[in-house]
Write a new protein. Sequence first.
Length: 401
Amino acid sequence: MTERAPLSRKLSAIAESATLKVDAKAKALQAAGRPVISYAAGEPDFATPQFIVDAAAHALHDPANYRYTPAAGLPVLREAIAAKTLRDSGLEVTASQIIVTNGGKQAVYQAFQAVVNPGDEVLLPAPYWTTYPEAIALADGVPVEVFAGADQDYKVTVDQLEAARTDRTTVLVFVSPSNPTGSVYTPEETKAIGEWALAHGIWVVSDEIYQNLVYEGARAVSIVDAVPELAGQTILVNGVAKTYAMTGWRVGWMVGPADAIKLAGNLQSHLSSNVNNVAQRAALAALTGPQTEAEEMRQAFDRRRRLIVSELAKIPGVTVPNPLGAFYVYPDVTGLLGREWNGTRVDTSLELADLILDQAEVAVVPGEAFGPSGYLRLSYALGDDQLLEGVQRLQKLFGTD
């Protein structure tokens, strides 16, 4: 009998999401009765605001939502997204320049599919969200990491990008506020990077999913607001998941030049067609309804941010840059490596994360998931009591009290 043909080599090379893997492991331990505290998932612990849920419930009774709708999204939602894009990103677009996607991840995937050709190099500032390099590879592109450490607040410079640029460079990934670091580029830094990309004809895929979660008076200036001329070679990615505690509703979007959006729209028409209509109606309510609860959640994240930064900073050997956006803290833990803790030697942040889960029953994501070793990502999108207890367990493990 002839041997079965092989599986896809492209998909076989794609790694599982490290953040989801750690979160799943933590939840399995919790289900088994272990008192694990997880900082792994980037998911708000709040309930979706009730007025959004009510809008979805109302949509369930409208037969129009039982049918296929335009693959690019409900026209009324795309208009609302256009209004948000003008308000928060400073870019005036039409609904035809917008595609509603199944969460931000699909928007990221389709953005790279639209602008990357086989062998193209994509500059990827590191630390980076674990999905970016895999989505680039699925588009047959080559991710080129450009690393900025804690001493740079995890923000790359134009000089670093220029040093990494080759004649095969066609795309730059720009994320502010950042997942995993929470860093926010200043308006001046954003403008400098945008002008550099414009000068070299480089596409920019800018992930703005956390743009409304900023603190201490910081503003996440959109790269197309800083450099309006860049709009013709920029795709913005966004969604309702983080700002409105709607991770499970799966509604994101992409905004860009008409020709790139047409390509992505053709892809989505074959890949998934329209996003769930009820979820789209909920997203419409989120964008057009009162923003009071979203602001209350932002203030709670800010309180937790200040708490976790101050408590982590008490651990000798841990350096904690102050994150001004998103809901992550990304400490440099190189001072804890190359040592023994309770008889176990740890040389990498991957080994350190395993030690922390085993001995402190705290789940964190190691830096290897986002770039170089030597760092940990902790999401502070969890309850205040658990947040404090988890850090206190770390302080005890590493001899702070």
